[in-house]
Design a protein around this ligand. Structure first.
Ligand SMILES: Cc1cc2nc3c(=O)[nH]c(=O)nc-3n(C[C@H](O)[C@H](O)[C@H](O)COP(=O)(O)OP(=O)(O)OC[C@H]3O[C@@H](n4cnc5c(N)ncnc54)[C@H](O)[C@@H]3O)c2cc1C
Length: 566
């Protein structure tokens, strides 16, 4: 194993990772920074972000309003100190990216334009047409490559975090070009590895969002927080699941059932299609379950109607959506409604981190979707994620820089490196069983879709847990067909499946314990929010027998939990 050493290592080159690298580099060129990514940075899922980035940019809007919308959207499970910090810092990030050249969409008088989004009481989503993430990523990547002290390891797959005496001291990663594993020493490590939506069958997320960083941190001893809260986005395109941005409803799109009704009037009479995502997804699923979905070759669906916006506005504000609907759905939204249904879209849970992005392991930080601070509580509002990546990516960069300047490199234990080589090359690549990775992966995704979806019930969750545990057992008897070194995608698939099975188990165990109905976690057998017993965060710790759960209180600053109606 070759050894590399850097003052700071950031795993992940999405919005959070790139923003962290830039912030750390700004602290000074004494720091030597590495960004490790299993993909070329511009293939990170962040590039797909469509609708916008939330920030208070107008006098009529206010920090308190953005904070309250976020907290109410979160069904009061968000930590309010984190939310207050976030809303104050978000506008700075918009201005910074604007100065770096990001082509934000503008009003006719040249000001930054903002569009409405679900659960926000003021139109506060800054956007670049419907390709916001694409432009944010290109802007940040361009800036990051201008620093001499940021080194990119593109297409390196991290496999484990090395922790000694509750301090992160390094990691192992496979260089995909050669298939060889290498060891990295570092003074401070940021996980910015994104979400785990691919544990589900029908999702808006890229094939590569497999939760690796969450699983690595969990196995290294860091707790995962609130993993039961998975967001379902109301408008996944049928049949692929590709996202149709909420911006389409922000621009005025309607949701229609088989009777031709705008059924949201029965669920959220005030906000209608722009209620938060948990509310709209539940409404759609109820329409489908009660037989009011439209019938299509891929099962019942809901129609998203944009025709009344007119071709010109669709082309100007939603060009990507039109292209995606035509190419992946076979419908032209200017002429016919788009067939959609809810799709797994976001992980509110993740590696537990505080307002400074510190995890309970010294020297280990987490930012972006893989982290849980908790900004989004039980349900995230649209456009708050890209904003979170920018704000807390920056915080992570500043904090690791401080940490690295006052700490030294530590030795990596030989036993741990050898054990990781054995796990990856002997136990996973060397396994000669009869099980196939894609088969187990598809079964896992099917179980999650069928039994850990929008509406949840204790008996179904228990049955899902049994099935996922059986799949974990079967995983021990896989066979990766390709035994070669360079670009062994079979091995990568196996490593990712191993991580996903771990996270599926944590998601279900956390969901089973939480016997209430809050945000995106809709327990039909416990149909009420229960603040007396459940106004608390779940922490899941790794043990060989499965996750051990603990609970910690929610931080309330000034917004007491209240009834949540829209
Ligand atoms: C289609 C779509 C549209 C969206 N639109 C919006 C929107 O308009 N507004 C909004 O706020 N949010 C939106 N979101 C959500 C938002 O885009 C994501 O939550 C956010 O971009 C996540 O960024 P990230 O930096 O945390 O992770 P990602 O962008 O997912 O990046 C993860 C990085 O980690 C690396 N990585 C992962 N595992 C490993 C490993 N084992 N070894 C090495 N590297 C690894 C990857 O290579 C990648 O660089 C959207 C999401 C989707 C899917």
């Amino acid at each position: 194993m070759e050894k590399y050493a850097h003052d700071i290592i950031i795993v992940g080159a999405g919005l959070a990772g790139l923003r962290a690298a830039i912030a750390a580099a700004e602290v000074g060129n004494k720091l030597d920074i590495a960004v490790i990514s299993k993909l070329h940075p511009l293939r990170s899922h962040s590039v797909c972000a469509q609708g916008g980035t939330a920030a208070v940019m107008r006098e009529k809007d206010s920090y308190d309003l953005h904070a309250f919308d976020t907290i109410k959207g979160a069904d009061y499970l968000a930590d309010q100190d984190v939310v207050e910090f976030f809303v104050r810092r978000a506008p700075r990030e918009i201005i910074l990216t604007e100065h770096l050249g990001l082509p934000w969409s503008r009003t006719s008088d040249g000001k930054l334009d903002q569009r409405p989004f679900g659960g926000h009481t003021y139109p506060r989503a800054c956007f670049a047409a419907d390709m916001t993430g694409f432009h944010e990523m290109h802007t940040l990547y361009g800036k990051a490559t201008s620093y001499n002290n940021i080194k990119f390891y593109d297409e390196w797959f991290a496999t484990s975090i090395i922790v000694e005496n509750n301090t992160a001291v390094g990691l192992t990663a496979i260089e995909l070009k050669t298939g060889e594993m290498h060891a990295f020493q570092t003074k401070a490590l940021v996980m910015a590895t994104g979400g785990h939506e691919r544990i589900y069958e029908f999702t808006t997320f890229s094939y590569t969002t497999t939760g690796d960083g969450m699983a690595m941190a969990y196995r290294a001893g860091a707790p995962l927080m609130d993993m039961e809260f998975v967001q379902f986005h109301p408008t996944g395109l049928i049949p692929s699941g590709a996202l149709i941005t909420e911006g389409a409803r922000g621009e005025g799109g309607y949701l229609i059932n088989a009777k031709g009704e705008r059924f949201m009037k029965n669920y959220a009479p005030e906000k209608m299609e722009l209620a938060p995502r948990d509310v709209v997804s539940r409404a759609e699923q109820t329409e489908i379950n009660e037989g009011r979905g439209l019938e299509g070759p891929h099962g019942p669906y809901i129609a998203l109607d944009l025709r009344h916006l007119g071709e010109e506005r669709i082309n100007e504000r939603l060009p990507l959506i039109r292209e995606v609907a035509i190419k992946l759905g076979g419908v032209d939204p200017a002429k016919e409604p788009i067939p959609i249904r809810p799709a797994a879209h976001y992980s509110m849970g993740g590696i537990k981190a505080n307002i400074k992005t510190e995890t309970p392991i010294a020297g280990l930080y987490a930012a972006g979707e893989c982290s849980c601070l908790s900004l989004h509580g039980a349900n995230r509002l649209g456009t708050n994620s890209t904003a979170e990546c920018l704000v807390f990516g920056a915080v992570a960069g500043e904090e690791v820089a401080k940490h690295a300047l006052s700490n030294s490199l530590k030795e990596l234990s030989k036993e741990k490196l050898l054990a990781e080589e054995k796990r990856v090359f002997d136990e996973i690549l060397g396994s000669e069983g009869g099980e196939r990775v894609p088969v187990i992966r598809d079964e896992m995704r099917h179980v999650m879709n069928e039994k850990v979806w929008i509406f949840r019930r204790g008996d179904q969750l228990e049955s899902a847990l049994k099935e996922i545990r059986a799949l974990k057992e079967r995983f021990k008897h896989i066979k990766v067909q390709d035994k070669g070194g360079p670009f062994n995608t079979g091995l990568v698939d196996a490593l990712q499946l191993d991580f996903m099975l771990e996270l599926a188990e944590v998601t279900i165990v956390s969901a089973l314990q939480r016997t209430e109905f809050r945000g995106a976690h809709s327990r039909v057998d416990y149909p009420k929010r229960d603040d007396i017993n459940w106004l608390k965060h779940t922490l899941a710790y790794y043990t060989k027998e499965g996750p051990r759960l603990e609970y910690i209180p929610v931080t309330i600053t000034k917004w007491q939990p209240a009834a949540r109606t829209y």
